[in-house]
Design a protein around this ligand. Structure first.
Ligand SMILES: [Zn+2]
Length: 152
């Protein structure tokens, strides 16, 4: 959910990511730690390129390859979601893996979060009827954001 950024929660979530990287056999470097922290504190569903641009100036020795392999490992470990592209040809990532709705603007390519309790009922029904133990959910609606509608 889009709760305010809480330092304790942030550290716990970064630690969980670093543990997952280690478990996958990746070395935990200052560069990878910075990527995890940026993901946890971001509200903008960044792409790999956006993360790289954001961090390259402040993290010495950061390479695009490190950004990509860190993101891939976190996706494989279920710590972040690969949202697919938002009409801009680049994959966006979401560090919030609690069930919530993503809204993707087809014009400006922003990705917003919409917390909703309506999904609890959906998850209950999905788990009950499929027998799956659910670990997360990804639901995206596509359209035009309010700003882009006004600009039309
Ligand atoms: Zn828009």
């Amino acid at each position: 959910m889009s709760s305010p950024i809480n330092p304790t929660t942030t550290n716990a979530r970064v630690d969980a990511m670093l543990t997952a990287l280690r478990a996958a056999g990746l070395r935990v470097t200052p560069q990878r730690a910075a990527i995890c922290r940026a993901l946890v504190t971001s509200r903008t569903h960044p792409t790999a390129q956006v993360l790289y641009n954001q961090l390259a100036g402040e993290v010495a020795g950061l390479s695009r390859a490190t950004v990509y392999n860190t993101l891939q490992t976190l996706v494989a470990g279920g710590l972040i979601h690969d949202l697919g592209e938002a009409g801009d040809g680049a994959v966006h990532y979401d560090a919030d893996v609690e069930p919530h709705v993503n809204l993707i603007c087809l014009r400006c390519h922003r990705v917003d979060d919409l917390p909703t309790t309506a999904l609890d009922q959906v998850a209950e029904q999905v788990a009950g009827r499929s027998g799956y133990q659910l670990r997360g959910a990804r639901i995206a609606y596509y359209g035009l954001c309010p700003e882009c509608q006004r600009a039309q």
